[in-house]
Design a protein around this ligand. Structure first.
Ligand code: NAP
Length: 291
């Protein structure tokens, strides 16, 4: 890496940031494209978030990613918000605009591109979303454009109901329904769903856990997408595979949210070959972290 007076800087704002794989993605892409750009992590304390965003703009940073816990908290400090990010209520990418940063959400387009790469279609699908947290809400908002039916399954049903109401209000029809995790046996027999696992159950170190263990439930799933990427093979994925379904983890979503951020910052389209290089170095960088 040859850092000089022309080097452009991008970074990650979060707390913590120490285990991030984003530098591996972006620095590999910059190198592969021959761009004089570096990407560094910034550990930001909550009470300094505003100063961090304004300071990043003042220091002429080309762009930033934003991660946990600031994806929604950062909104008041932005000059503009992209309509999709506005609908989702969270941004993970800041791009320079006139007088401040514009916020985008590349997590959901990242998931969409990952699914496309994995050959998982959402158009006309009956989708079961497991969870009703921030990410589950974003998935529901995104899939409302393509799915034929959305069922949100959560431990706390009221949270699922709130998301379904928002989705239905935006769609102008009863697209989304809710079900409690405890009622999974009430799912219609013979129905086969695309399931998106958006809870944090099964994340390292509690790798032996899944929200539902019963094989009867997994018989109803033809494809499972677990947004967890550590471990790379989750208990949820294992249960789906045992009942003959296809299962994927969240690593490609992570890759593609980065690829799309990079494209927004630089205005260049990342090629398939460069994506693969970034995917390899992301996995190498996380050796010892990923299980
Ligand atoms: P969140 O807002 O904290 O929501 C967590 C969800 O998990 C809630 O619905 C919660 O249910 C449910 N849950 C937690 N413990 C449970 C248990 N023991 N039994 C049943 N349900 C339980 O989290 P989030 O920000 O939406 O993130 C969700 C997942 O997305 C995380 O696993 C994260 O790793 C993953 N993610 C992946 C990527 C990627 O690039 N691949 C990016 C972002 C996030 P209640 O509502 O009942 O509490």
């Amino acid at each position: 890496m040859n850092i000089n007076g022309y080097t452009l800087t991008c970074g990650l704002i979060g707390n913590p940031v120490e285990h991030t794989m984003s530098p591996a993605i972006h620095n590999t892409l910059a190198e592969a494209m021959g761009q004089n750009l570096v990407y560094v992590p910034f550990h930001v304390q909550t009470e300094l978030l505003k100063e961090a965003v304004e300071g990043a703009y003042a220091l002429n940073l080309l762009g930033c990613n934003v991660t946990v816990p600031y994806k929604s908290q950062v909104l008041p400090y932005l000059k503009e918000i992209d309509p999709l990010a506005e609908r989702i209520g969270a941004v993970n990418t800041l791009v320079r605009a006139q007088g401040g940063f514009k916020g985008y959400n590349t997590d959901m387009p990242g998931l969409a591109r990952a699914m496309e790469a994995d050959g998982v279609k959402t158009a006309g699908e009956k989708v079961l979303i497991l969870g009703a947290g921030g990410v589950a809400r974003a998935v529901a908002v995104m899939l409302a454009d393509t799915a034929s039916e959305i069922l949100i399954m959560n431990r706390t049903v009221e949270k699922a109901r709130k998301i379904a109401d928002e989705v239905n209000a935006a769609a102008g029809r009863e697209l989304a329904g809710v079900i409690s995790v405890d009622d999974y046996r009430k799912l219609p027999m013979g129905e086969r769903y695309l399931a998106i696992q958006a809870t944090n159950v099964g994340m390292y170190p509690r790798v032996d856990e899944a929200v539902i263990e019963d094989r009867d439930f997994y018989e109803r799933i033809h494809t499972g997408y677990d947004l967890i990427f550590n471990p790379v093979q989750t208990r949820f994925m294992e249960l789906i595979q045992e009942t003959g379904g296809r299962a994927f983890n969240g690593l490609k979503m992570l890759l593609y949210q980065g690829v799309i951020s990079y494209e927004l910052w630089t205005g260049v389209r990342v090629t398939k070959d460069m994506e693969e290089q970034a995917y390899r170095s992301m996995k190498q960088a996380s050796a010892g972290i990923l299980h």
